[in-house]
Design a protein. Structure first.
Length: 79
């Protein structure tokens, strides 16, 4: 399952998402890819729900879905 992030870490991620010209869902796909590579999301385990990720990153569910769609198309997750 997902590791807990501190308020400071979440604030830094949120600030980075707000300042970039790159679409948020593309940025989040990169963040999620890193969570897979770092072992935060392990093979065979269920990832957090769209609702949980939306709350964790402070973005709309549609933005989360778009990011997850990218990972699915890359074969990194199954939904």
């Amino acid at each position: 399952m997902a590791s807990k992030k501190s308020a400071a870490q979440l604030s830094a991620i949120s600030a980075a998402l707000d300042k970039s010209a790159i679409a948020r869902y593309i940025q989040l796909a990169s963040v999620f890819r890193n969570r897979i590579r770092n072992g935060d999301w392990k093979v065979g385990e269920q990832i957090p729900t769209v609702t949980q990720l939306s709350a964790e990153y402070g973005v709309a569910g549609m933005t989360i879905r778009q990011a997850l769609d990218i990972l699915q198309s890359e074969g990194l997750i199954e939904r």
